[in-house]
Design a protein around this ligand. Structure first.
Ligand SMILES: Cc1ncc(COP(=O)(O)O)c(C=O)c1O
Length: 445
């Protein structure tokens, strides 16, 4: 039996367990393109529809109970329907869900975050991480008066135009000699591509050359200190420090996208890795499970948004920005995440990564396990993962077979076979994932 046949067997098993989802997908496709509103919600042959979440578990429309390591793309760090978040939301909903005027809850959450995040003198809330990175980029342009931005090949920062360059470029479009700006969609204006400089991750020499060449035109470098789409790969420390030093020297704004990596410590990856950017974009965990985004940073940059002294340089409105539902949920989540909790969670993450590596060694399967803190990623390749190109050269069929096989074992990962732990995870759930991975790899290899 080929790997393709074994994958098909896993898909057939999934289909046999999810007839209600199949029907729901058929009706969804009548009203929504492909049946959904979100790229990450879809996987072939069709996604299971969710009925409810309970702590570490998600129950689908056919009653399948899934141990959830997807956890809404890392955002639900206290698990589903945490009782304290539910009651904070019930209380707030009864008092009103959104007002144009500010609430005290916004100030409380802003204080928690600015106290924790080394780079954040102050902060503004948005409704998504996309808006957080968009406004950070805009602030960098306004502050420096320069038009271009630099981003990394394979880096995802949301769906706005300038960061939608070279996000998922296919292998055949890559210039073997190094990164070039590749449009993410047909018809992307050349003017956008002309203003985006694309860099290779973890290659300081290349970055230095390109940034020096663009020193009068590049406003900012936007990057994740832990790259989500590379299976939560932390930057090599010397590389990250090198980018910090270069951007300082060249007068460029360094933006860390910590929409996902903020969950690695109280102060995010910047605290953990010891490199402080000028601006930070946030999202996911800081909203306690509600829609959220934010950006914060040095006061001189954040002052661009200050309306108090005769008007802000940068206008920033948003009907649901800092709505009190998100603020109270975020406050509960942040208050739960004490240093002790991070220590426990991150130790479990270390244990999971070590146990997964041991399984692949035992089964003599070429695989790399990446990650940091409570984040992990699995790649079927013998290449060490240092940048985008190693990631896309990995075996996509094995990845899909593991993802689907784990679904059949009652375990949900991200489709890229990455995932995250939450505060309800114990050694038992780690072992459940490790044992199921062993069984699935034995079945599909
Ligand atoms: C690193 C990173 N930046 C930005 C975003 C965009 O956040 P949102 O989906 O809230 O717009 C995401 C979302 O997955 C992300 O992972």
């Amino acid at each position: 039996m080929t790997t393709q046949d074994k994958l098909q067997r896993e898909i057939d098993l999934y289909v046999s367990k999810t007839p209600t989802s199949r029907g729901l997908q058929d009706s969804a496709e009548q009203y929504l393109p492909g049946g959904s509103s979100r790229g990450t919600a879809y996987f072939a042959p069709y996604p299971h529809f969710i009925e409810r979440g309970e702590g570490h578990y998600m129950i689908d429309a056919d009653g399948n109970r899934m141990l959830d390591f997807m956890i809404n793309a890392t955002s639900l760090i206290l698990g589903h329907a945490h009782p304290e978040i539910v009651s904070a939301l019930q209380e707030q909903a009864a008092r009103g869900t959104a007002f144009t005027g500010p609430t005290e809850a916004q100030v409380r959450l802003a204080k928690i975050l600015t106290d924790r995040i080394p780079s954040a003198d102050s902060i503004r809330f948005t409704n998504s991480g996309t808006e957080g990175t968009l406004l950070a980029v805009r602030a960098a342009r306004a502050f420096t008066g320069r038009p271009k931005i630099a981003k990394f090949e394979g880096g995802y920062h949301g769906s706005h135009e300038y960061v939608s360059v070279s996000v998922h470029p296919p292998l055949e479009k890559l210039d073997p000699s190094g990164p070039t700006p590749i449009p993410e969609y047909p018809g992307m204006p050349q003017s956008i591509l002309d203003d985006v400089v694309v860099l290779p991750y973890n290659d300081l020499e290349w970055c230095e050359r390109v940034l020096r060449e663009g020193r009068n035109e590049i406003a900012c470098v936007i990057m994740e200190p832990v790259v989500s789409s590379f299976g939560y790969l932390p930057a090599q420390k010397a590389f990250l420090q090198g980018i910090r030093d270069l951007t300082t020297e060249l007068g460029m704004v360094l933006i860390f996208d910590e929409v996902q990596s903020f969950r690695v410590s109280s102060g995010g990856a910047q605290e953990d890795l010891g490199v402080v950017p000028d601006l930070t974009a946030l999202g996911k965990t800081i909203g306690g499970g509600l829609p959220v985004g934010a950006f914060g940073g040095k006061q001189e940059l954040m002052d661009l948004f200050d309306p108090t002294a005769g008007g802000a340089t940068l206008a920033h409105a948003g009907t649901f920005n800092a709505n009190p539902m998100t603020m109270v949920a975020g406050e509960v989540a942040m208050n739960h995440l004490t240093p002790d909790v991070f220590e426990r969670l991150n130790a479990l993450g270390d244990e999971l990564r070590a146990k997964l590596r041991a399984v692949f060694d035992e089964l003599e399967v070429h695989a790399q396990v990446t990650g940091i803190g409570s984040l992990f990623g699995i790649h079927f390749t013998s290449e060490e993962i240092v940048d985008y190109r190693n990631v896309i050269r990995a075996d996509g069929q094995m990845r899909r077979a593991l993802f689907t096989g784990l679904l059949n074992e009652g375990i949900l990962l991200q489709t890229g076979t990455a995932g995250s732990l939450n505060t309800l995870t114990t050694e038992a759930e780690v072992d459940t994932l490790v044992d199921a991975t062993r069984r699935v790899v034995q079945r599909v290899r």
